[in-house]
Every structure is written in C-alpha cells, then in structure tokens.
Design a protein around this ligand. Sequence first.
Ligand SMILES: Nc1ncnc2c1ncn2[C@@H]1O[C@H](COP(=O)(O)OP(=O)(O)O)[C@@H](O)[C@H]1O
Ligand SMILES: [Mg+2]
Length: 301
Amino acid sequence: MPVLETNQLTKAFGDFNALNGVNIEVNQGEVFGFIGPNGAGKSTTIRILLGLMKASSGSASIFGRDTWKDAVEIHKRLAYVPGDVNLWPNLTGGEVIDLFGKLRGGIARERRDELIERFKLDPAKKCRTYSKGNRQKVALVAAFAADADLYILDEPTSGLDPLMERIFQECVMEARSEGKSVLLSSHILSEVERLCDRVGIIREGAIIESGTLADLRHLTRTQFVIETKQPIEGLPSLPGVHDVVEKDRSYTFQVDSEHVEKVMPHISKYGVVKLESAPPTLEDLFMRHYEGESVEAGGES
Ligand SMILES: Nc1ncnc2c1ncn2[C@@H]1O[C@H](COP(=O)(O)OP(=O)(O)O)[C@@H](O)[C@H]1O
Ligand SMILES: [Mg+2]
C-alpha cells in the first residue's frame, strides 16, 4: 500500500478548476518529486493532503486514511514545510522549534541542536527579525527534528542559499535512508532531479508525466558541442538530431537521449578533436513539454 495516494482529485474554486483529476502515489522510503510551474496546482493538492482543504471530488489518503476525515491521526506521523513560512513574531526561532516539538510530543534534543548547527541558524533571535531564508530554516529544522514517517515539503528551499540547499538535500537523503517517505514539490527541476526516485509532472491541474527519471529519459535530449577535422556530413538529417548550428567545423546540437548511441559512431568518422556534452535535464524536457502545447482551460473533471 502506498504511503500517500490521490485518485482523480479535483478542486474547483468557483468555476475555475485548479485540479482536474490528479493521480499521484508515494511509496514508503521514496522521494517523490512533484514538479510543475507556478499555478499548476501543487500547493492546492498539498493543502488537500494536509486536510486543510476539502477536495471537490476524488480521494486522497495518507497511511491508508482519508486526508479530510482523519487529518488529526495522520498529522501525528507527518511533517510539513511550506514555501513561505510564517512564524510567531515574538518567539525566538529556538522557541518555535521547541513548540513544534512539544506539539508532537517532544523532540530529540541532540538532533535539534545538530540541525540548528548544520543549517547555521541563530535560534536566539526573535522570528520577526528573521529573513525569509531564516524562517525557512526554522521550519526545516522543526520538520527534520521530528521523527515523522512522511515529509511533505512544498517548495521548501525558496530563499535558501546554495550551501543551505545542499544541507537540505542531505537531510532529505538521510530521511530516505531511514525508510521515510518524502513528497517534495518544486518548480526548480535541477534540485529535484538529483533527489527524487520518481517524479510526477503537473500541468494545469493534471499529471502529464510520471515515472522514474529513467522512464522519462526517452523525453530528454543531450546537448553536444563537437569539433571535427573533416566536416560532418548529413548531421541534421540523422534520426534524433536537433537544432544543429555549425561554425568553423564546430557543431552545437541536441540528440534525443535514446539516439545518442547511433549518432556517436557516425560522428567519430570525421575525426573528433573536441567533445563537450551536457547531461539531459528535466528543465529541458519540461520546456519542450510546454512550448506550443496548450491544454484547454477549464474542461470537465
Ligand atoms: N483559494 C483559492 N481561490 C481561488 N483560486 C485559487 C486558490 N488557491 C489556488 N488558486 C488557483 O489555483 C491554481 C493552482 O494554484 P496552486 O495550487 O497554488 O499552484 P502551485 O502551488 O503549483 O503554484 C492557481 O491558478 C491559483 O491561482
Ligand atoms: Mg505552490
């Protein structure tokens, strides 16, 4: 049984359908990347999962329980970090972390202190003086100090610098290695790519692709810059080759990842003197998904 599951989840705000049948599944010990641009419906899905909002139709369950009816039970084993953290202005960061801990029935002191140290948070300052990044850190420390079974993280690193982003990634990896499950939403694909076992791509309230990164590989392209001794013949017409730009025997182009194997032997015949390649990114996959396509707004559920 999956730890978290939604089935044909819809949500209407007036006559606007924010969710049009979202199906996602997070299994135990898995980091699931919930990816989509702003306004795609990530936070709406997450609010329903947290029991903060009732779905218009469809179902959502966590630990096998209904997210609306059994929210109290579910929350005992769940930690949540939003992208925009609001804290009590008059409490210090440390007090807020302890308060969250008490609400959960206590946190391990050592773990709390270790996380404060790693995230380089000054816990003695009043929350009202914290920057967005520091408020984010307070929420992350509180979440990772909690011994939850499921972490729901809704764009949790907006406002963190790259060094702290790294610490965040380590925390997610550690949680996974302890068999915990993570739902990580993001519109920044590169951060998710490295962390996630599986991803679901949401667009206009519906999942348009999901699977492991290997599953999605047939949708990705690898970027090449290659210099050869002799001019490469027929490069633009090879299967899977795109956007060839040639300048003084230096060729910049993309190859569908599944065709790289066939394209390379052809090129090597012309005496390769320089080769650079950039790995396929989800960003690129995503951009091509979005360009030129338009799902009709509204639509039935
Ligand atoms: N309470 C609300 N009332 C009306 N529209 C909303 C509400 N919450 C979200 N929306 C709309 O639903 C869509 C999805 O929003 P959201 O789930 O926040 O997207 P994401 O988190 O992926 O950026 C957006 O068009 C947003 O404007
Ligand atoms: Mg959001």
